[in-house]
Design a protein around this ligand. Structure first.
Ligand SMILES: [Zn+2]
Ligand SMILES: [Zn+2]
Length: 100
């Protein structure tokens, strides 16, 4: 194999590794923002209330009293823009199971 090919492969691997790293950093930043800012915002409190009310404060999985709201999906690019239908009311124990 030519030396040039090896260099090309090394460069491609470096770019790939860099992209993976950026992706991981972005993911962590989004998660931190989500936990520290969004979940404490008034907007989220309002949305949470709407979801709990829609589901009659009942866990959609077992029917027990719901105390939390679970995301079935996340709006990755713009946190906080997830539609109400992606959110479900859930009780503590079902929620623990979902995230295990
Ligand atoms: Zn439940
Ligand atoms: Zn959840």
């Amino acid at each position: 194999m030519k030396f040039e090919y090896l260099v090309l492969i090394a460069v491609a691997l470096a770019i790939w590794g860099f992209k993976q790293l950026m992706f991981e950093i972005g993911r962590r930043l989004r998660r931190n923002y989500y936990r520290n800012t969004y979940l404490k915002s008034e907007e989220w409190q309002r949305k949470r209330y709407v979801v709990l009310k829609r589901d009659n404060w009942k866990c959609v999985y077992c029917g027990a009293r719901a105390t939390q709201v679970h995301h079935k999906r996340y709006a990755k690019r713009n946190i906080g823009k997830e539609p109400i239908k992606w959110l479900v009311s859930i009780c503590q124990s079902c929620h623990d199971k979902k995230h295990r």
